[in-house]
Design a protein around this ligand. Sequence first.
Ligand SMILES: Nc1ccn([C@@H]2O[C@H](COP(=O)(O)O)[C@@H](O)[C@H]2O)c(=O)n1
Ligand SMILES: C[C@@]1(CO)OP(=O)(O)OP(=O)(O)OC[C@H]1O
Length: 161
Amino acid sequence: MKIRVGIGYDVHALVEGRPLILGGVEIPYERGLLGHSDADVLIHALMDALLGALAQGDIGAHFPDHDPRYAGISSLLLLEQVAQLIKGQGYCIGNIDTIIVAERPKLAPFILQMRSNLARALEIEIGCVSVKATTTEHLGFEGRSEGIGAQAIVGLEKDKA
Ligand SMILES: Nc1ccn([C@@H]2O[C@H](COP(=O)(O)O)[C@@H](O)[C@H]2O)c(=O)n1
Ligand SMILES: C[C@@]1(CO)OP(=O)(O)OP(=O)(O)OC[C@H]1O
């Protein structure tokens, strides 16, 4: 069995006039994340981890932020494309673990729906998909609610033959 691991990290600024979308879930909040796409910081970190595991660059290389095709796009659609790339190279996803760093809003009620969305896009069992949330106890840019960060780690597997 060949095993490869990857990590991903992303940050987006919180601004007025945008929806807050995390893991494909629109979360009621007075501000949202700024970006060319839907700015789903959780999925961006996850895509970077998946691409990193296969040394395939990062999301900016695959989905340039000046390309009009990606303006306002759901990051779940981009994640589906990354999942197909992984499969095309003969790998399957063993498990993913992620963490969202946000002082507010309270994300616990939405975690299960996020896991379900990610599992469906990746075509893996929900039990292989972990999403967690933490505050920074009011420290730093996340603690001041200026932005939201996310980190992801993935393990890919492939039979040796
Ligand atoms: N935006 C967030 C942040 C955290 N949670 C949940 O609260 C728990 C306590 O957070 P600490 O940062 O004080 O450790 C955490 O384990 C999460 O379950 C949340 O729902 N939304
Ligand atoms: C996925 C993309 C597509 O424009 O989304 P953005 O919202 O621009 O987000 P960012 O994490 O700054 O860069 C990644 C981009 O490739």
